[in-house]
Design a protein around this ligand. Sequence first.
Ligand SMILES: [Zn+2]
Length: 88
Amino acid sequence: MSQPPASVGRTVHYVSHGTPVRSDGSQAFPPTCRAAIVTEVDQDDPGRVGLVVLNPTGQFFHPLAAGGSAHADADEMLGGSWHWPERV
Ligand SMILES: [Zn+2]
């Protein structure tokens, strides 16, 4: 991983899964970047973290004990992954 590893307390993006893909390939709600704070880092796999996701209408806890979240590049927009916030 060329980017710095995550550490507890850092703010990252979590990619929401979005709604199911329709038969025409579209989605009512596509995967979206959500603000998230790192709560844990897997000691054996530093790219995998536990997160609390700050959705506009509520929080979602995603601990390592439930599988955590793996890093993926921002341009992949892979549901369930995290990445460092894009520079805009
Ligand atoms: Zn993002």
